[in-house]
Design a protein around this ligand. Sequence first.
Ligand SMILES: [Zn+2]
Length: 246
Amino acid sequence: MPEGPSLYILKELVKDFTGQQIVRADGNVRAIDPARLVGQQIEAIHTWGKHLLIETPAMVVRVHFLLFGTYRIDEGREGKTPRLSIEAANGHVLNLYACQVREIDRATYAAYDFSADVMSDAWDPKKARKKLRAQPDMLACDALLDQDIFSGVGNIIKNEVLFRIRVHPLSTVGALPAPKLRLLVDEARQYSFDFLEWKRQYVLKQHWLAHAKRICPRCQIPFLKAKLGRTNRRSFYCERCQKRYT
Ligand SMILES: [Zn+2]
């Protein structure tokens, strides 16, 4: 499942496509006609959470990686037809699989809030804290997965951040003391960059302390595992060292 850091890697990989003309576009996508992209110049490529945005004069394409989306660059096809395949004039090929591809209008494109993207240069922690304070009853486990606040944070990062800052997933945001709230926001970004580094070195999983783990490394007692919150995603947490603020 791609979390923000995986898309950050993709963003770096697609740098060579910016400014290039698209010489071929096809795939089994139904929602757009890929032929409309042929001859278009790629004016910009952005990522926002699990979205990849490709801007051309004719249209802005939004690729949503959902839960199982993958990409290949300059590699052979995975043996199946890509949802969308784009070849640039410089020979680079971007293949996208198991994702949702749509055209978005200019207003939607302009409304993307890059200050909510935890890995963006435009990330605004103050704004994130303000959004959290506006929803005091929201659970901590739901808050971290809220893409309008923490775009790019997925379930692994959620579990690891809550463990790192010793906050129980069922804590309510409004009950968190100000320093904890600040820590929650800061670690959402910090852990995302740690995740990126570990992923690049292929050592991500060995750094997990809570996600998919059975024993709390701090207390040496079993983690609890449950689908929690409105988001109903798997949480791994320790009832001894992660405090429940309510
Ligand atoms: Zn513990």
